[in-house]
Design a protein around this ligand. Structure first.
Ligand SMILES: Nc1ncnc2c1ncn2[C@@H]1O[C@H](COP(=O)(O)OP(=O)(O)OP(=O)(O)O)[C@@H](O)[C@H]1O
Ligand SMILES: [Mg+2]
Length: 376
């Protein structure tokens, strides 16, 4: 039986392990928190720092393959393991490019992949000279996630809000739609594309966003999205699963925002809504089985379950029974003991042939399910 390690033990690792239960594989997880979402679903748990060379190297030695659920890992250790014959999904060189936004943007430019125009700023001081480039979005090169590490700079007065660290300053795009395209590529270079999804933001109500699959885009836009996504992935020359976030701008141009070289939040709906989920697909790639069928069984909506503002502590899921009573909804809780504002605590997928029903249920679920903390 192949031995496969996962760096990181969050919800992505947890759902990857749920899918692993269907395959001949022995699973290993490295993570600092021994109460993390993935800790109790793997065959072997190792407590350790995924950013530390020795911890990652010791963990990976003796494994057949290793994958990640977060980019912020020790890539030097992964390169050494790769040189010694451990297969790494995605290849460490790809991780190095992607997890630094400057290198990632330069990669798109080098391969003529459309992406918002950008400049590099090394310090906050240097950023002050960039007034001619506004409105723009400042993104810290390393360490940002879930919108932390992203700062909108509309006008000159906003410049002092930028990061005092190596960053990219990206021209502000007039976004018509935000799309995510999931791409699977195996060790033979065979590619499978999932239908793209669409992020729906409800700014007026200031509620959480939800996601729809398939994205409502015309054929021409779909072809652009697919062609660009394939370009992104092919040039990496690495097997794995990739989530490419794209913008469709006001003129219908398609631009790459960023790529995640791993299973991703935008693919959660594939667990119930597609023949082969993103997690199932990654096991097929790692274990050398044929690629799975990416077709949708039914259209879907996905709602993230997020820790409510103002509540920190032991998680309590208000409205859970009501959501479980919805007969086309699938509830996933990630087993995180503690909630805090904005923390991803779970997600709910809804399936229906009718788009109106998807939207209706997604909105209903956002209103019903509320993660608070139990008062002691
Ligand atoms: N150039 C841009 N023009 C307009 N809006 C942008 C631009 N870049 C980013 N945004 C907005 O900011 C959001 C977050 O940016 P980005 O995806 O780069 O950061 P992130 O830290 O990876 O966030 P997340 O983890 O939520 O995806 C995007 O989804 C988009 O709504
Ligand atoms: Mg993003």
């Amino acid at each position: 039986m192949q031995k496969v390690g996962i760096l990181g033990g969050g919800q992505l690792g947890r759902m990857l392990l749920q899918a692993a239960a269907n395959y001949p594989v022995e699973t290993y997880v490295l993570e600092n928190d021994s109460e993390c979402p993935a800790a109790h679903l793997c065959d072997h748990f190792t407590k350790g720092d995924i950013r530390n060379f020795d911890a990652v190297y010791a963990f990976g030695k003796g494994l057949d393959s290793i994958t990640i659920e977060i980019e912020n890992v020790n890539t030097d250790a992964l390169e050494k393991l790769e040189a010694e014959g451990v297969k790494v999904f995605p290849r460490p060189a790809v991780l190095k490019t992607i997890r630094n936004k400057i290198l990632q943007k330069q990669y798109y430019a080098k391969h003529n992949i459309p992406s918002p125009e950008f400049m590099v700023t090394e310090t906050r001081q240097a950023l002050q000279q960039a007034a001619h480039f506004l409105p723009a979005v400042h993104k810290i090169a390393e360490g940002g996630y879930d919108g932390k590490g992203v700062q909108v700079i509309r006008k000159q007065e906003d410049l002092p809000r930028g990061f005092d660290a190596p960053s990219v300053l990206e021209k502000m795009v007039e976004i018509q739609k935000e799309i995510a395209q999931m791409v699977a590529i195996n060790s033979k270079g065979e590619i499978a594309l999932y239908p793209p999804v669409e992020m729906v933001f409800d700014q007026s109500l200031n509620l959480l966003d939800y996601q729809l699959c398939p994205a409502a885009i015309d054929d021409k836009t779909l072809w652009k999205v697919e062609a660009i996504a394939v370009q992104v992935v092919k040039n990496f020359e690495s097997p794995g699963i990739f989530a490419i976030e794209l913008f469709v701008d006001r003129n219908g141009a398609v631009l790459v925002n960023e790529t995640a070289p791993r299973v991703h939040n935008s693919g959660h709906h594939t667990i119930e809504a597609h023949f082969s989920s993103q997690f199932d697909m990654l096991w097929r790639i790692i274990l050398g089985f044929p690629l799975g069928n990416t077709d949708a069984i039914l259209p879907s909506a996905m709602v993230n379950v997020i820790g409510a503002e103002g509540f920190t502590g032991k998680a309590n899921y208000e409205g859970l029974a009501e959501v479980l009573a919805i007969d086309n909804a699938f509830v996933h809780l990630y087993g995180k003991k503690e909630t805090k504002p904005g923390r991803k605590m779970g997600h709910v997928t809804v399936l229906s042939k009718e788009k109106q029903e998807l939207i209706h249920q997604a909105n209903k679920i956002r209103g019903l399910l509320n993660v608070q903390s139990t008062s002691e």
